[in-house]
Design a protein around this ligand. Structure first.
Ligand code: G6P
Length: 369
């Protein structure tokens, strides 16, 4: 096992550090920026179904569901087809309205999650086209779908998903770019710009990993918290959910992810000097909005830890702590911003003496209901 961990103390840390490579592997052979091409056979094969779809429904559980939410923002933004994201367990039991004009994207690291598999079978029986995004080759969900694209993240051993999540977002980005270009909803110049930027993401993830020492330092400060609130807007709202889930899963600190603007409809009542608020605030057209959300937290004496870009001034000047990450296109920023949140959870869990790779009561793959 020590050999498998490749010198890291835990599988989770090893898998966090593998992300530049796993994202590169997921892009390899698919993203060809010099030729302005994205190769995805599964999409070519079902091109008509995708381009004429009335809507796209994304199903998944846990972290895979969070990736689906990022996919919703990407596909609606670039492809202009309505997207719904559903917990597989809810979808399968709510007598959903599905027909042959729908495309269902099933996301699953293991490809064995019982609820996701059942949702796939149900949608298939109702005539929908099913596209799978799985990590495990030949898994049950992969076999049940009409087409798909594997995430080439390699085996993920840590129960809390890390590299599978960023690989899933990478596949969704490729899909949204390819479909948007094919549908004509994405201009050639924006398409090319995004292709080039996506190609640089593995390098930017590598650079982001340099925040490890600061997350370790911050973990000392935040490790005894009883609660934490994660806030993000737009593409980074799902990142807030995923950050909170990571903390809950491995450190057993109660955490909630919220869309930053929704805070005033409830969670703001919880904010006092004991409440850490982790704000995901890269440069984007919603930056000013999130800045005012941060001011609202500050006015109530909440402790603010902000994930910001290197040249940030406004939020950085009022936050208690910051973690700086490289700037990228808003649509790819969930990949970058997730990295410090994974590391923060890891270090907090470690300091609290938790079993990072095998948290209590959790399973890597939930093959029963
Ligand atoms: C379990 C795992 C999570 C995972 C979820 C969905 O709860 O602990 O890490 O996100 O199942 O798994 P899947 O294999 O379908 O992505």
């Amino acid at each position: 096992e020590q050999i498998e961990k490749g010198g890291f103390e835990h599988f989770m840390l090893k898998e966090i550090y593998e992300q530049p490579r796993s994202i590169r592997d997921t892009l390899r052979g698919r993203l060809l920026p010099e030729q302005g091409l994205i190769n995805m056979r599964g999409i070519d094969e079902y091109k008509e179904k995708f381009l004429n779809a009335n809507r796209i429904i994304i199903v998944g559980c846990g972290t895979s569901w969070h990736a689906g939410l990022v996919g919703e923002y990407m596909i609606e933004d670039l492809v202009r087809i309505p997207v719904e994201v559903e917990y597989a367990s809810e979808f399968r039991y709510r007598n959903p309205l599905i027909n042959e004009k729908d495309v269902v994207i099933a996301i699953s690291q293991s490809g064995e999650t019982a609820d996701t598999l059942a949702a796939v079978k149900l949608a298939k029986s109702m005539g929908a086209t099913i596209f799978g995004i799985c990590n495990v080759v030949g898994s049950s969900i992969a076999r049940e779908t009409h087409a798909g694209a594997y995430t080439h993240a390699g085996p993920e051993i840590g129960v809390a998903s890390t590299k599978a999540f960023t690989a899933q977002i990478t596949v969704l980005a490729l899909m949204a770019l390819k479909l948007g270009y094919m549908k004509g909803t994405l201009s050639e110049s924006r398409y090319m710009r995004l292709l080039i930027e996506l190609n640089s993401i593995p390098e930017k993830v590598e650079e982001t990993l340099k925040c490890d020492p600061i997350t370790r330092y911050l973990a000392e400060i935040y490790k005894d918290s009883n609660n934490a609130l994660y806030l993000g807007r737009g593409y980074n709202f799902p990142v807030a959910l995923e950050g909170a889930l990571k903390l809950k899963e491995i450190s057993y600190i109660h955490a909630e992810g919220y869309p930053a603007a929704e805070m005033k409809h409830g969670p703001i009542a919880l904010i006092d000097e004991n409440m850490p608020v982790i704000v995901i605030a890269p440069k984007s057209d919603q930056y000013d909005k999130i800045f005012s959300n941060v001011q609202e937290v500050k006015a109530r004496k909440g402790k603010i830890l902000a994930i910001v870009n290197h040249d940030d001034e406004d939020i950085a000047s009022i936050a208690d702590h910051i973690i700086e990450v490289p700037e990228t296109e808003n649509i790819f920023s969930p990949i970058i911003n997730t990295i410090p949140l994974q590391l923060l959870s890891y270090h907090i869990a470690l300091l609290r003496g938790c079993n990072v790779d095998q948290p209590r009561n959790l399973a890597k793959s939930v093959t029963v209901e």
